[in-house]
Ligand binder design. Sequence first.
Ligand SMILES: Nc1nc2c(ncn2[C@@H]2O[C@H](COP(=O)(O)OP(=O)(O)OP(=O)(O)O)[C@@H](O)[C@H]2O)c(=O)[nH]1
Ligand SMILES: [Mg+2]
Length: 389
Amino acid sequence: MSTDSTDGVAKGVPEVDSAPFLQANAAAKSRYGRFNLAIIGGTGVGKSSLVNAVFGREQARVGKGLPVTSGIHYYHDESLGIWDFEGFEIGSSRSPGETLRAHLDTISRRPPEEQISVVWYCVLSTADRLTQPDVDMIRALGAAGLPVVLVLTKVAWTKNPLTGSYRPPHDVALFRDWLEAPTDANGAPLHLPLHRVVLTAAQGANGKGTGHGLGELVAETLALSPDSEKDAFRIAQRLNLPWKREMARPVIAAAAASAAATAAIPLPIADAAALAPIQMSMMGRIAAIYDLEFTSVLPASALAQFGAQVAGQALARSFVKLIPGVGSAVNATVAFSLTSATGEGWLRLCEQIHTGRVNVTEIPGVWAEFSPSLVSVVKHLVEQRARKR
Ligand SMILES: Nc1nc2c(ncn2[C@@H]2O[C@H](COP(=O)(O)OP(=O)(O)OP(=O)(O)O)[C@@H](O)[C@H]2O)c(=O)[nH]1
Ligand SMILES: [Mg+2]
């Protein structure tokens, strides 16, 4: 029994088992898997800055850098892997193209969860052409069957004060146009296996402010990702929240349906806690979609107590008492509405954590602000009834 009565946990409310949350969370993480990006480009072109801007974590903190062989590092955590290529020394005994081919060969023999999904080939936007080593390396990537986004970095966008639209410097626009159909010095087509060209800035010109072109970069990366890795990419990236919402909504719908089925024979109030595992596993799956790490920061006891706040008896009892005509049991419609509203509240809280506005450790304290209000549950009920008519 919980003895704590802070933050809306009523005295005497049994703790909810946190196992369904943790199990669903782990199962979702392993099902979604890992997205692996390879990033190639000269020193200082802004590779790490792009990774930080798109994936919201310092490359150095994406797990430990694993020196696979000299010249390639593999950084990874659960949802993201980054192959970092460095040191294509001009004038070494092997050409950059040969070196890259050897590296790709090494990677192809690594385990399946480490295989490259998409390549960002980064070139400074102020360069006016691709060098021969660039051409050779891009061909090596194409030959390996990898989708390549040619990323022009550090674009100094200017804002038109009248229209508010941004545009790249003229030279950069010309470079992009050339890249769309590259030709050699004699005008003969180069036929490079480039799938997309994207102009980016990882940060504002003064090193501050937000970047530009990153939305297009994530959209193109998603488009080029193999179907089996698209969800992993949606999870690993931090820029596009609607993608995560689109993934979370069906999870909520499924949990609400399952809660309704559980309560098809109206549950006595004392058994309303039967809904808790359904809601807890829904929340565990949504947490995986937002790539939130709980197990290391929130002790199991805190999670269990939080579960009591969220689901089960306490909440069900207070709602059922207040909703006229519901009587003394949680029926299917109430179970459905309560679970939907809990899922929506949890989704919003996950977004806040994901964007850094709320810390995971603060969850038990702030949940009250996100938990379904009576108004939201009644609204769900009314909508449900309207739909049935
Ligand atoms: N103005 C501007 N500066 C940038 C941009 N992106 C990165 N920088 C700066 O360029 C420098 C190099 O950026 P990094 O992201 O470390 O480049 P990198 O390619 O990872 O460099 P190495 O790992 O050393 O090869 C840093 O000082 C960044 O702050 C950008 O879009 N605009
Ligand atoms: Mg770097």
